[in-house]
Design a protein around this ligand. Structure first.
Ligand code: HSE
Length: 309
C-alpha cells in the first residue's frame, strides 16, 4: 500500500499561457493538494473521501481516477485490479490544478505499486494526455509542476517535456479561491482562435523577459514582466470583480497579480510577509463569495508529488 500527495499549482503564472506553471504549498505547512492511496486488490475499487468528494461524478467511470487507472492498464497492456482511495481536497474548477492533483497522485501511486513500469517521461506524457481529454486540449502547466515541483517551463521538445526554472525564494504567493467554479474547457473556449502580430510580439517579449529575470534573479523585473495579454483580457469577466481586485492588490503593495490557471483563483505576489498578510486579509474579506472559499499565503513547492504513507 502507498499514499501519494500531489500539490496544487498556479498555471500560466501570468505571462506563460500553457507554458509556465508553479507548484505551491502554504507557508503554515498545511498540505494543499489531493492524496491517493493505492493497494493491491482482487477487483477494481474506488472510494472517494475529502472535503470536495461530494462534487465528484457519481458514475465511477466519469471519475478522473478511473480514467487514470484505465489508461495506465492500456499503457502497460495489463488489466490490474487495485483498490484506490481518493482524498479530494482540492475544489474542482478552481484554477489551482485540481484535476492535475488527482491525475498526478493516481498515476504515480499506481506506477509505484507495480514497481514503476512507466518511466517518468511516459508518466508525464500520460498525465498531459488525460488532462487534455478533460479540458479540451493538452497542456502540461498544471501536471508538470504538480509532478516535478518548482516553477516549470513547458518545452514539449522531443526529449524534454518540462524544465525547472530558478524561482524567487523570497516571494510569497497569496492565492484566493472565491468558492465558485469556472470550467477550464469553457474558459479555453472563450479565447480567440488567433491573435494579432503585435500581441504575439509583446507576449514573447514579456515571457522572454521573465525567463531572463528568473535566471539572473532580478525579481522586480520578473514581476513587471508577469503580464497576460493572451487570457486575462477575455477571462477577467469570469472572476468576481477582478479588475478592481487587481488594482487593490497593487495598492496594498503586491508586485504582481493575475489569474491562477483558468480561474477563478487569483494570485498576488509580495516579497514582504507583512504585505502578504495584508493582501490575504483583504482577499478574505472582499474576494471570497461564500464560506467554502479560502485564502493561503504560499511558497513555491519544490518537492512536487511525494509519498506520504
Ligand atoms: N493553461 C491552462 C489554461 C491552465 O489557462 O487554460 C488551466 O488550468
Amino acid at each position: 500500500m502507498i499514499k501519494i500527495y500531489a500539490p496544487a499549482s498556479i498555471a500560466n503564472v501570468g505571462v506563460g499561457f500553457d507554458i509556465l506553471g508553479a507548484a505551491i504549498i502554504p507557508i503554515n505547512g498545511t498540505l494543499l493538494g489531493d492524496c491517493v492511496t493505492v493497494k493491491l486488490s482482487k477487483k477494481f475499487e474506488l472510494i472517494n473521501k475529502g472535503v470536495f468528494s461530494n462534487k465528484l461524478p457519481t458514475n465511477k467511470e466519469h471519475n478522473i481516477v478511473w480514467k487514470c487507472w484505465f489508461k495506465f492498464c492500456q499503457a502497460v497492456k495489463k488489466n490490474i485490479p487495485i483498490s484506490i482511495l481518493l482524498e479530494k481536497n482540492m475544489p474542482i474548477g478552481s484554477g489551482l490544478g485540481s484535476s492535475a492533483c488527482s491525475i498526478v497522485a493516481t498515476l504515480v501511486a499506481i506506477n509505484y505499486v507495480f514497481n514503476n513500469p512507466l518511466s517518468s517521461k511516459e508518466l508525464l506524457l500520460l498525465m498531459g494526455e488525460i488532462e487534455g481529454e478533460i479540458s479540451g486540449s493538452v497542456h502540461y502547466d498544471n501536471v508538470a509542476p504538480s509532478y516535478l515541483g518548482g516553477l516549470q517551463l513547458i518545452l514539449e521538445d522531443s526529449d524534454i517535456i518540462s524544465h525547472s526554472l530558478p524561482n524567487f525564494k523570497n516571494w510569497f504567493w497569496v492565492i484566493a479561491w472565491p468558492g465558485i467554479k469556472v470550467s477550464t474547457a469553457e474558459a479555453r473556449k472563450i479565447l480567440p482562435k488567433k491573435y494579432k502580430k503585435d500581441v504575439c510580439i509583446k507576449n514573447s517579449r514579456y515571457l522572454a523577459g521573465f525567463i531572463h529575470a528568473s535566471y539572473t534573479q532580478q525579481s522586480h523585473l520578473a514581476a513587471r514582466c508577469m503580464q497576460d495579454f493572451i487570457a486575462e483580457p477575455y477571462r477577467s469577466k469570469l472572476l468576481p470583480n477582478f479588475i478592481n481586485t487587481k488594482e487593490k492588490m497593487k495598492e496594498i503593495g503586491a508586485i504582481s497579480c493575475g489569474i491562477s490557471g483558468s480561474g477563478p483563483t487569483i494570485f498576488a505576489i509580495s516579497d514582504n510577509i507583512k504585505i502578504a498578510e495584508k493582501i490575504s486579509l483583504w482577499l478574505k474579506n472582499n474576494y471570497l463569495q461564500n464560506e467554502t472559499g479560502f485564502v493561503h499565503i504560499c511558497y513555491i513547492d519544490l518537492k512536487g508529488v511525494r509519498k506520504i504513507g
